[in-house]
Write a protein that binds this ligand. Structure first.
Ligand SMILES: [Zn+2]
Length: 87
């Protein structure tokens, strides 16, 4: 089966960035969300991030959403530019 319109996403997903100073909880409210940087930290052998995840990044890929959570230190620069709150 042919992929549907693979040419329609040249600019990447539409991204929205949200901040909550108290940290974001997981969708099931069981706990605070972990910093998404922990995936990379684990690969690199660095200690896990335990900072509060004050940023939530929602990327709209059309058919699905990707949600990631970041502490203030680890928020990627491309998302930080969207917050309008550059330190
Ligand atoms: Zn972090």
């Amino acid at each position: 089966m042919m992929p549907l319109h693979p040419e329609l996403e040249p600019l990447g997903p539409e991204t929205r960035v949200f901040r909550d100073d108290t940290g974001w909880v997981l969708p099931d409210y069981s706990d605070l969300a972990d910093c998404t940087s922990n995936f990379h930290r684990e690969q690199d052998g660095r200690p896990a991030c335990t900072a509060t995840t004050v940023w939530k990044v929602v990327e709209d890929h059309g058919l699905h959403l990707t949600i990631s959570f970041w502490c203030d230190t680890d928020l990627p620069a491309e998302h930080r530019a969207q917050t309008g709150a550059v330190a």
